[in-house]
Every structure is written in structure tokens, then in C-alpha cells.
Design a protein around this ligand. Structure first.
Ligand SMILES: NC(=O)c1ccc[n+]([C@@H]2O[C@H](COP(=O)([O-])OP(=O)(O)OC[C@H]3O[C@@H](n4cnc5c(N)ncnc54)[C@H](OP(=O)(O)O)[C@@H]3O)[C@@H](O)[C@H]2O)c1
Length: 302
């Protein structure tokens, strides 16, 4: 039985990966800070739960690692303390994970590590493929350093794929769930000018992409985890509102977001026009390549 270790397995993406991995007949171990019963409630009662990296040595040899753990990035302003938590929970955590893997007698065949399209910074109209350089703001530096922390896994003979994840859409969590109530109440609207590019992916597709990377041992390197059709924020807003049969006439002014979130508002006001060039060149097929297809699947008509 294929053994898979997932960090961040209780999260919005990770919990769906746990379900899908078990359906694929994989034995899933989740590394979590939460009690076993809570993790099994979220991820399925067959999931093996570990609370510490020290326990890795007692597991059967791990075939694949999916590394998604990280403090939520948009839960308030980025104070100095919060920036440190955001960095430690990804960069330091990934270093410790690699350190623990290095002491195992059998190393994993593959390591899929998270990153985000925040890597590219606010990049305006530029189409971001995987070769574009990192931005210079806090989120970009966080992603760059998170990716760098994963790189040494190659020295263990383990294949590394990094996924720069876009805004993951599913009504059960993440950004879309947060938007649904105001939009249903007719209180939705564009953010700032609405001209910024919004690079999204359905949760089903980000999970499929991660399994595609696991299934194809020849693949390695960086993969943008976004749908092939990024849209402008105003376009997204109109299409979501239309889908819900509501108006979208309550714009969120940039100054209000900046006042509330400080530099973190850049994640919502900045523009990232990201395309999944590497995934498509590798032959990955999206179930929801367009926003309308994704919204149709996620928000079926009443
Ligand atoms: N969802 C998106 O739209 C999106 C977009 C781009 C990038 N990403 C990145 O992809 C990863 C997974 O996303 P997600 O939406 O599934 O995240 P999520 O729902 O916030 O879950 C993240 C997981 O990380 C663990 N975690 C949280 N804070 C931690 C801390 N301080 N130290 C150690 N572990 C911590 C938690 O596991 P336990 O509580 O079980 O320990 C949690 O289940 C995240 O790193 C996120 O930044 C997500």
C-alpha cells in the first residue's frame, strides 16, 4: 500500500487530499497539532495521525510527502510577530521536516511542497509563467524562502515538485465560502479598481494536479497551480453575482482594505495574472478550466 504523509492535512486543501488519497487506496498519515480524534473527524477515521516529527521513524516507509502546513496568511494585519509565525510555520517547519526525513533509513520517492502565486508579487498585466522572478514584498519573500527551504530534499534522492497555488475555490471553505454570504445578500462588489488579475483554481483541480505530480515520477520543479483562465477581479465579481442572481454594486474601496489589513491588503488589491504553463506542458487536464465551468460545478442552479 502506498504510504503518504500530509502536513496541513486538516486544512481546506489537505482534507480533500486525504479523502481522495484514501479513495485511491493510499495509507494516509497526517502530521497535525490537533488531537487525533479531531483530525480523524476532519480527515477520515482511517487516517493515521502523528503529532511530532520524532514519530516519523516509527511509520512504515513513506512513499510520498505533501507539505501544505502553514499559518493562514490573511487572518489580520501582518504585525512583526505575525510575520514571524507565517514564516516559521512554513520555512522553519519545512526545514525541520526535511531534517526528520534525512534521518529515515528509506527516503520518500517524492516531495510535493506548497507555495503560492504570491511568489510573483504585484505583477500588473504581466503573464506569470513559472520562470518569472519572485516579487520583493513580504508575501513574495515568504513564498521564495518556503520554496528554498524545500530544495535540499533533492540531496536525499527525493524528487521535488513545488506548487505555486492560486486562490483555491470551493464553497465549503477558503475565499469563496467567505464571499458567498455577502454576495447572496447583494453586498458583494469589486475590490479596489477591480482591474487586478485574479488567478484561481478549483479545489478539485488543485488536488488532481497534486496527484498528477505524484503519479508522474519524471516531473519535478515548479508548477503554477492555477486555472488556465485568470480573470480580472471585476469580472470575477460580476460572474459570481450573476450566478447567484444578485447585483454586485458594493465595491470594497482600496483605502478601507488598506486601513483594515495594512500590507496584507496587497494580497487582494495586487494583480497576479498566472498561467499553468508547466502543468499543461506536462499534459495535465483541468476539470474546470474556465471560471464559468468552475462556478457551474460549485454553485449548481437551484
Ligand atoms: N487555499 C488557498 O487559496 C491557498 C492559496 C495559495 C496557497 N495556499 C497555501 O497552501 C497551504 C494549504 O492551504 P489551505 O487553504 O488548505 O490552508 P488551511 O486551511 O489554512 O490549513 C493549513 C494547515 O496548516 C496547519 N497550520 C496552520 N497554522 C500552523 C502553524 N502555525 N504551524 C504549523 N502548522 C500550521 C494546520 O494544520 P493543523 O492545525 O492540523 O496542525 C492547517 O490545517 C497553506 O500553506 C496555504 O498558505 C493556499
Amino acid at each position: 500500500m502506498t504510504q503518504i504523509l500530509i502536513t496541513g492535512g486538516t486544512g481546506f486543501i489537505g482534507r480533500r487530499l486525504c479523502t481522495l488519497a484514501q479513495r485511491r487506496g493510499m495509507a494516509v498519515t497526517v502530521l497535525s497539532r490537533q488531537p487525533t480524534a479531531t483530525v480523524q473527524h476532519i480527515c477520515g477515521d482511517k487516517v493515521n495521525v502523528i503529532r511530532s516529527l520524532n514519530t516519523l521513524a516509527s511509520l512504515p516507509p513513506i512513499d510520498h510527502v505533501i507539505n501544505l502546513a502553514g499559518e493562514p496568511i490573511l487572518n489580520g494585519r501582518w504585525s512583526t510577530g505575525r510575520r514571524q509565525i507565517l514564516r516559521d510555520s512554513r520555512i522553519e517547519f519545512t526545514r525541520q521536516l526535511l531534517n526528520a526525513l534525512s534521518s529515515l533509513p528509506t527516503k520518500p520517492a517524492s516531495f510535493i511542497s506548497g507555495s503560492a502565486i504570491g511568489y510573483y508579487g504585484d505583477s500588473g498585466e504581466t503573464i506569470c509563467t513559472e520562470t518569472k522572478a519572485a516579487g520583493a514584498d513580504f508575501a513574495a519573500t515568504l513564498c521564495r524562502d518556503w520554496e528554498r527551504a524545500a530544495q535540499p530534499v533533492g540531496a536525499l534522492g527525493t524528487r521535488l515538485c513545488i506548487v505555486r497555488i492560486g486562490v483555491v475555490l470551493d464553497p465549503s471553505g477558503g475565499s469563496l465560502q467567505k464571499m458567498l454570504l455577502p454576495f447572496k445578500l447583494g453586498l458583494g462588489g469589486r475590490i479596489g479598481s477591480g482591474q487586478q488579475w485574479f488567478s484561481w483554481i478549483s479545489r478539485e483541480d488543485i488536488c488532481s494536479l497534486i496527484f498528477f505530480l505524484l503519479d508522474n515520477p519524471a516531473l519535478r520543479g515548479v508548477f503554477n497551480g492555477t486555472a488556465p483562465e485568470p480573470v480580472r477581479n471585476a469580472d470575477f465579481t460580476q460572474r459570481l453575482a450573476a450566478r447567484l442572481h444578485r447585483p454586485a454594486i458594493m465595491p470594497m474601496p482600496a483605502f478601507a482594505l488598506k486601513a483594515a489589513l495594512g500590507e496584507a491588503s496587497g494580497l487582494l488589491l495586487g494583480s497576479q495574472r498566472v498561467v499553468p504553463q508547466a502543468a499543461q506542458q506536462a499534459g495535465f487536464t483541468f476539470q474546470h478550466p474556465t471560471l464559468d465551468q468552475a462556478l457551474d460545478a460549485m454553485l449548481p442552479a437551484d
